[in-house]
Write a protein that binds this ligand. Sequence first.
Ligand code: ATP
Ligand code: MG
Length: 412
Amino acid sequence: MIERPRGTRDLDPEEMEVRYKIEQKLRNISRSFGYREILTPTFEHTELFTKKSGPDIVNELYHFEDKGGRDIALRPEFTASVIRAYNEGMRELPKPLKLFYFGPSFRYERPQAGRYREFWQFGTELIGPDTTKADAENIALAYKCIKGIGLDEFTLKISNLKILDKFLEENDIDLEKKQDIYHKIDKEEIDEISEEYSLGSKLMEFLNMELEEMSSVLGDPEPVEYLKEVLDLLEYYGIEEKHLKVDIGTVRGLDYYKGVVFEVDAENLGAEKQILGGGDYNLGDVFGIDISSKGFAMGFDRSILALETEEKLPELDDLDCYIIPIGEEGYEYSYDILEELRSNNISADIDLMGRGVGKALGYADKNNFRYAILIGGNEVEDETVTIKNMHTGDQRTIDKNDFFKEVDEGWT
Ligand code: ATP
Ligand code: MG
């Protein structure tokens, strides 16, 4: 027997309906911020990702040589693709350019709960302005997306990487070492850094300081002031304070971030709790252009797991009508009704197996139809329909033309 590849999932109709509803919410929220959707290819030249994230990234990639001898990779994320697409065909579009995307990403990771080899990302890019207002807009949209799909138990941690940069500089640490240090902070290995760079308890103390104190320790108020300005702007967006946390130890694991960064944790999820990451980066180096971009990527699958643990998954819509012709003579008349319903966007199905009424009703019940429409000899003769409410069991027989009129006028 052939099974699905490791780290992948099959999604059944119920899961797909839930996902589709959440997807649509995210699209609507992003549109309400003036963002518009784009789509880039599922595969790119491997070089796009190694240029952006370094050669080690290939360990995480699904990549292969295609028949033309090109080294091709399935995308592990969208940011590099979006910036490539911008550079290739969207440079002339007016700024700020606000884009969002949704689709599967692929990483050769060790699968576990909340970590897959194929997973979905919803994300955004705000290209052009490098201002505190743009940072705030980016963070506010991330918040509204998380909140808007129904999550309530999460923390949005915000930092400005320039604060830590400054700290390292003041402590005479070569900024070449910065990546190593940031990776370790990301993995919460503070002790190791302190030892390796002879910092004693300095780094730990610094990370625990209030912003004001950091400012005075650094002797340069600029990076702290910048972050404070972003935080002040966020007050305009109606963000609940309980979700926000300034955390200078939030560094993102990647090399191209440069300014304000943020992450969202859904603590209920345990180990794989990070459901969103984003910030301010400059990918200009990769493409030889100088352009500011601020964005975020949300882990769609983990967000759904978080909704599940909060018991906040959206309700599924029932199907509407299941038509049960009783006997062969009911079919021609039934197809007329089926057509009328379907052309009015009412979901309608008809028994295709010539089942008896009992079994057909059982099928309608199991598939969550709201109504069964029974068509027997009497209905055909009198030009009526018998509608059975599957929730209450109530049944009524009405004139077919009255029924069509009801359908035309909009059925609830
Ligand atoms: P992690 O540290 O958990 O590996 P990451 O820093 O690699 O995450 P990003 O590259 O920032 O993650 O991707 C954005 C979001 O995508 C993450 O916050 C997470 O929710 C989700 N994500 C990343 N990798 C996976 C995966 N293998 N399976 C499911 N979701 C993932
Ligand atoms: Mg990862």
